[in-house]
Write a protein that binds this ligand. Structure first.
Ligand code: AMP
Length: 487
């Protein structure tokens, strides 16, 4: 997979890993991983980090951002070893979720195979004692979720006073998940003089405030347009009645023989229910969400990665940070409440240099959410329509189920919904300040509506595309060059 990225980068006359000044040990680890050339965020961030600069990087998942901060950190630590017998935490990587922490931890291990660097991942939901024991043995790079890190600090199991480099990964998500106070408490445990690296897929005003307080004259690294999904993801929408979504999803998976599909629901209950129904349809599925034990989450993810289950049904928070090589299909079974989450969700596919397809099944209740998303993307998402699954125009919009009690949806007779909720995302997208995700207008937000459905055969036909749609759908599609990442 690295070869394709390489071809694009060569075309843009872009540098090699060697020219970034990375050491022979790290270059060897990269070549073992099969990486041939740095991705754009790596090209931009690594030199700044090696110079000791703070950075504020706008890079979404799938761009290679983990290596962008991990590689220079490993290099700096190994080139400036401390006196023997001293092994304080020197680099701290804070991440919002357990899955992301585990993923980063794996990368740190892979990239440091040729170095004498010790790393550890700590997160909640599992016993704290083994983590305390390992910390006692000395750790150079600590990857942590904020809550567990504070627990460890409170129990005096970790000393952060010698941290030289701090990484705040997926900072936007940390704020969305309400970690701001935990982050500030962690900051008090760190020395004032350190190098700080902040990564965020999106830039709200809250993120800018956080950056101003944490970063010192940061270099700015930008590889993706604000709130823009990676270019290599083909997106499409199928308008369909709510009660027929499951049927349509099963059909799409079966008809196209999709083997690895990540499906998003809005609620934990919805995830469980859908996984059960798909299993009944003979499509092996598992749900992954915050109410599942860490063991169950890890198992489901491993089974999914190994191809033992075909569908992983996830809520937004559980899916954050999942890195599954070449994940070909993401389905929004329900649209997210917050438009920016759409970008995060579909960022699970088309990672690094692979193409991916993201399908959203949208019912009348969600037309307002769809409008918000398209406003944020500044373009319509191409529509497909499978004959026989057209929405029934007599069905009226109902309030959306969010798992936190239902919120007002797109009901024509209802007022504008409040989407702020416990997460601060609602209306942050700068899309004209509209919170009107549940538009009073329940007409489908479709620029070009397919009308030739009658001539199509029943459910056996391939989905039709709206006129003007540019993406190929059922097949793997043409690979986009990573033009969005050009400097
Ligand atoms: P990330 O954005 O850090 O989650 O990385 C996304 C995926 O890209 C991961 O599977 C990485 O292993 C992969 N990756 C990172 N850097 C490169 C590279 N230079 N060439 C090819 N793949 C890469």
């Amino acid at each position: 997979m690295a070869g394709d990225v390489g071809a694009d980068l060569e075309f843009f006359n872009i540098m090699s890993f060697e020219s970034l000044g990375l050491s022979a040990e790290i270059l060897r680890a990269l070549s073992d991983k099969g990486y041939e050339q740095p991705t754009p965020v790596q090209q931009q961030a690594i030199p700044y980090i090696l110079q000791g600069r703070d950075i504020m990087a706008s890079a979404q998942t799938g761009t290679g951002k983990t290596a962008a901060f991990t590689l220079p950190i490993l290099q700096m630590l190994s080139q400036n070893p401390l006196a023997k017998n001293r092994r304080p935490v020197r680099a701290l990587i804070l991440t919002p979720t357990r899955e992301l922490a585990a993923q980063i931890g794996e990368n740190v291990v892979e990239y440091s195979t040729q170095l004498s660097i010790r790393s550890l991942v700590v997160f909640g939901g599992v016993s704290i004692n083994p983590q305390m024991m390992k910390l006692r043995g000395g750790v150079d790079v600590l990857v942590a979720t904020p809550g567990r890190l504070l627990d460890l600090a409170q129990q005096r199991a970790v000393d952060l006073s010698a941290v030289e480099i701090l990484v705040l990964d997926e900072a936007d998500r940390m704020l969305d998940m309400g970690f701001i106070h935990d982050i500030r408490r962690v900051m008090k445990l760190l020395p004032a003089k350190k190098q700080s690296l902040m990564f965020s897929a999106t830039f709200s005003d809250d993120i800018k405030v956080l950056a101003n307080t944490l970063l010192n004259n940061p270099a700015s690294v930008e590889v993706a347009r604000r709130n823009a999904p990676a270019d290599q993801i083909e997106q499409c929408v199928h308008l369909v009645d709510k009660k027929r979504k499951r049927e349509l999803l099963s059909y799409m998976i079966g008809h196209h023989d999709w083997r690895q599909v990540l499906v998003f629901t809005r609620t934990k209950h919805g995830a469980n229910h859908l996984a059960e129904l798909l299993n009944k349809d003979g499509i092996t599925s598992a749900a992954i969400h915050g109410n599942k034990s860490q063991g169950a989450r890890t198992r489901a993810l491993a089974d999914f990665k190994q191809g033992q289950i075909r569908v992983l049904v996830a809520t937004d928070i559980a899916a954050r940070g999942l890195d599954i090589d070449l994940l070909p299909h993401v389905v929004n079974y329900e649209l997210p409440q917050i438009a920016e989450d759409y970008v995060h969700r579909i960022g699970r596919t088309g990672r690094a240099d692979a193409t991916g397809e993201a399908l959203s099944l949208v019912c009348v209740d969600e037309y307002g959410l769809l409008r918000d998303i398209e406003r944020m993307l500044k373009k319509p998402i191409p529509r497909i329509a499978l004959p026989g699954y057209d929405p029934d125009p007599t069905i009226k919009a109902e309030p959306l189920q969010t798992g936190r009690g239902s919120r007002t949806g797109s009901g024509p007779s209802r007022g504008a919904p409040s989407r702020g909720g416990p997460r601060s995302g609602g209306g942050r997208e700068g899309n004209g300040g509209s919170h009107d995700s549940g538009s009073r207008d329940a007409r489908p937000p479709q620029r070009r509506r397919d009308t030739d459905g009658a001539s199509q055969p029943g459910r056996g036909g391939a989905p039709r595309r709206s006129a003007g749609s540019s993406s190929s759908y059922a097949g793997s599609g043409a690979r986009d060059s990573r033009s969005g990442n050009k400097k």
